[in-house]
Design a protein around this ligand. Structure first.
Ligand code: PEP
Ligand code: MG
Length: 866
């Protein structure tokens, strides 16, 4: 058994058999060797054998010589000899994949005797600088290895002087001056030099608790600056941002490494080498099943690989496209792709992503709480007013309007600034604090850095000071730690069609079996996106959103404020035309799929102007439109509609009970649109959903109607019958169902199911009403609760046990009465992968999520089905 394990020369095929003692760098090198790649050859000294270099230095010599000679044969050079001697490097190979804290020692084998010869070959400046670099690195390693203060002091003095020496004469003079600090053989005996370095590694590693089992790797040096046919370079096997199947990298002609200026495109490298790199890229991906990074050097027209690793910061798009290519090459199957991609990462594809290259030279501050994922770049402003003023000025001057609001915490008055900003940086609270919550709802990025110290015109973060107007770049990925960069990076905007996401969705679809994914959509644009993502229907169309449009809001307000039902009906008739078109469009886009239309849910006063100014402007319009509504009447009526607790107030089915004409208008519009489509040969499948139901009687009236004192309140079924009479085609396939979003409704499920073809669990309200925590005010105390571990998860994100119990109870009770009862969930919880297992176990038929959540929910379902 030999002490060392070689790769790239000699018996390298065996190397990986010992993977547990090679260390991370050793494994990387040995993997390349095993794949018959042109890795610079070398060998690994496992940790257990390092001690021999100190205890029995003579004993290691024969084997050391043999291994070095093997390397020399592969490289066509000899260690310590000639104009072009074999030089080696020694590096720590830690067991964990972490950065070594010890210096790497390059150019081992350069000594007083051969440095002149090397200078003849590759120039005086290079040869002597590298000699100085070798000695400096040995000194730094010796400092790390030593416990002796006097020795360290002497070494530091030597190092300080050598650092300043730049010319041949000053370098030689310094070495002469300090010669006795290191053993004399360092300057005369290459083998001794190597042994000494390994000894120092052994001593230094013993002192570090994280490195105590590290191996040491010895590897041949190659020189990209050797001659005009030499180069150094690096590449990624796919583009790390776009995921294109192309090598992304550069090379530096006649340069030692990639720190040289003037990198060139790999396309100029020449056919031979480019082809080799492309073959290497495919082989590597096929082996590691992921996007990889490679460093290479060409010495005298011969290509060598120096190192390789997985790409640390690839975009989700790049990950998916690489996996799709691997699948197309038949290396992996669809299930592998489904298993590999984390669902939350899909949201990154839909947001702009950071170009990692653009920040490679910026100062980096890692850490913090991911408030809202994405990447944002902009100038920093420390209050909303300054940001808005700067934004307007930039807009007028045609300058960059990208800005970031940075404040300890934000409040309602700051929302306007968050709206125009790219993101928010804060220091107080957490995931559910105001800044992250608002940022998420507005599609902005949020980062909470508890260590940030705010001053009036600056913020101090981890030793860096950022002043007002300075650029920062925030990268807040879904699964990795957030990173703040001091300075301006650049972003890449996603193009869905080029992202690979749609192809990936086809892959995911192969495992979607038990649960359908529907979309929460009320605009044709959302419905179209849902179609692209192959949603099986619309699970929640919030109709109240349809009236906030500028062209409708006034008419809707006139309707609400109408003095009598005749007047109200006039406005409703007018709005009905728009509603019919709305539903016609949605049903047409989703042809053949269910479209669940929820009748008006919001409290009526939410549609009215909120402040004095709004009220005044509206009164002026009402006057101009000749509505007969006076400012006083508007004010009085608005005040009457105000509620102390609107979330538990006059909303949902309660509006239908008080103002049946509003629901009638909406229902009629749904049926008019559906019958029109039927006549056009389409297959509309409307599902009318009634919100905030608490007992069966409410639903019974709204669905079936009621005769009372000679008056007939029309139900949904009556209206369908009336509308159907005006059309030839029929019958229409429609359903009437309800939301289950109150505990009473969940417990009443068996009775309610008598009047409902389907239930959709509105878990936002169901969480609110089960726990008695307000959806809107919860953030004020959530961070206190998390701190004390009283609520481990945000209940509006992760389904809580008692909410789950109510869902399960309602499901069982509902299906007992109506075995074919269709069940769905349309709260925000549907898009959270953590909830998917429960949703499947509970036996729900579908989840309905925002269009951007569809791929995430689908992937979570597919993973569950693997
Ligand atoms: C819910 O309450 O879960 C729901 C989907 O309805 P909304 O969020 O519109 O109240
Ligand atoms: Mg609700």
């Amino acid at each position: 058994m030999s002490m060392f394990i070689s790769f790239g020369s000699g018996k390298h095929a065996e190397a990986l058999k010992n993977s547990e003692i090679l260390g991370s760098r050793g494994i990387r090198a040995a993997s390349l060797a095993q794949l018959d790649m042109p890795i610079c050859p070398g060998f690994i000294i496992p940790h257990e054998h390092l001690a021999h270099f100190i205890n029995n230095p003579r004993g290691v010599v024969p084997e050391l010589k043999e291994f070095i000679s093997d390397i020399g044969k592969t490289m066509g050079k000899s260690f310590g000899g000639g104009k072009n001697p074999l030089l080696l490097k020694a590096v720590e190979s830690p067991m964990l994949n972490v950065q070594s804290s010890l210096p790497s020692i390059h150019h081992i084998g350069l000594i007083d005797d051969n440095v002149e010869m090397v200078a003849e070959m590759s120039g005086e400046k290079f040869a002597f600088n590298e000699y100085a670099y070798l000695i400096s690195s040995i000194i730094r390693l010796s400092i790390a290895a030593s416990d002796d203060e006097t020795e360290i002091e002497a070494l530091e003095a030597y190092l300080g002087k050598l650092k300043k020496a730049k010319s041949k004469s000053t370098i030689l003079k310094t070495i002469d001056e300090f010669r006795e600090i290191l053993p004399a053989e360092i300057y005369s005996d290459p083998l001794f030099q190597l042994q000494y370095v390994v000894q120092q590694f052994d001593e230094a590693l013993k002192k570090s608790p994280t490195s105590e089992d590290s191996a040491v790797m010895i590897q041949a040096m190659v020189y990209g600056n050797f001659d005009k046919d030499s180069a150094a370079g690096y590449f990624y096997t796919h583009h790390i941002v776009t995921g294109e199947n192309e090598l992304q990298g550069e090379y530096f002609p006649a340069a030692y490494d990639e720190s040289a200026p003037n990198g060139k495109s790999l396309d100029n490298l020449g056919k031979k080498h480019l082809k080799s790199l492309q073959d290497i890229a495919v082989k590597l991906e096929n082996h590691f099943l992921e996007l990889r990074w490679i460093r290479f050097a060409i010495e005298a027209d011969v290509l060598w690989l120096v190192d390789q690793s997985s790409a640390p910061n690839k975009s989700a798009q790049a990950e998916i496209k690489t996996l799709l290519d691997l699948r197309d090459r038949d290396i992996v199957d669809n299930d592998y792709l489904i298993e590999k991609v984390k669902p939350g990462r899909l949201s990154e594809i839909l947001h702009p992503t950071l170009d990692p290259k653009s920040v490679s030279k910026l100062k980096t501050q890692e850490g913090g709480i991911a408030g809202a994922v994405g990447a944002a770049i902009g100038r920093v402003f420390f209050n909303a007013e300054n940001l808005i003023t700067a934004y307007r000025q930039a807009q007028q001057a045609g300058e960059d309007t990208n800005m970031i609001l940075a404040m300890p915490s934000t409040f309602a008055g700051d929302v306007k600034a968050i709206e125009v900003a790219q993101g928010v940086l804060s220091s107080e609270g957490g995931y559910a604090s105001h800044a992250p919550v608002v940022a998420r709802s507005l599609g902005k990025v949020a980062l909470v850095r508890p260590d940030a110290v705010f001053r009036k015109k600056s913020v101090q973060i981890g030793g860096e000071e950022v002043k007002e107007g300075d650029y920062i770049t925030m990268n807040v990925p879904y699964y990795e730690d957030p990173v703040l960069y001091i300075g301006q990076g650049s972003l890449t905007k996603p193009v869905l069609e080029h992202s690979g996401l749609l192809d990936f969705l086809d892959v995911i679809q192969t495992r979607i079996e038990n649960i359908d994914v529907h979309a929460n959509a009320d605009q044709p644009r959302d419905a179209q996106l849902a179609q692209k993502f192959k949603a099986r229907g619309i699970g929640l169309c919030r109709t109240e959103h349809m009236f906030f449009d500028e062209s409708r809001i006034d008419r809707f307000r006139y309707m609400i404020l109408a003095q009598d039902s005749v007047k109200r009906q006039e406005f409703l008739d007018d709005l009905a035309k728009d509603q019919t078109e709305d539903f016609y469009e949605l049903l047409k886009i989703m042809d053949g799929h269910p479209v669940t239309i929820r009748l008006l849910d919001a409290p009526l006063h939410e549609f009215l102007p909120a402040d004095e100014k709004g009220m005044k402007d509206f009164a002026a319009k009402a006057k101009a439109d000749g509505t007969g509504l006076t400012a006083t009447a508007i004010k009085e009526r608005s005040q009457l509609l105000r509620e102390f607790n609107p979330m538990l107030g006059h909303r949902g089915i309660r509006v239908a009970v008080s103002y049946p004409e509003i629901y009638r208008m909406q229902t009629r519009a749904i049926f008019e649109a559906s019958y029109r489509l039927l006549e056009e040969g389409k297959n509309p499948r409307p599902e009318i959903m009634i919100p905030l139901v608490m007992n069966p009687n409410e639903l019974k009236v709204v669905r079936n109607g009621k005769k009372i004192e000679g008056k007939h309140i029309l139900g949904i079924r009556d209206i369908e019958e009336q509308v159907s009479r005006g059309f030839k085609k029929g019958p229409l396939d429609y359903r009437v169902g309800t939301m289950i979003e109150l505990p009473a409704a969940a417990l009443n499920a068996s009775a309610i199911a008598r009047y409902a073809d389907f239930f959709s669990f509105g878990t936002n309200d169901l969480t609110q009403t089960t726990y008695g925590i307000s959806r809107d005010d919860f953030n004020t105390f959530f961070s206190d609760y998390t701190e004390l571990d009283l609520l481990p998860n945000n209940p509006f994100k992760v389904l809580q046990p008692q909410v789950k119990e109510l869902v399960t109870t309602a499901t069982l009770r509902g299906r007992m009465v109506r075995p074919d009862l269709k069940l769905g969930l349309c709260g925000e919880h549907g898009a959270e992968p953590q909830n998917i297992d429960f949703i499947a176990e509970a036996g729900l038929n579908y989840v309905s999520v925002s269009p951007y959540g569809i791929p995430i929910a689908k992937l979570a379902i597919a993973q569950m089905n693997l």
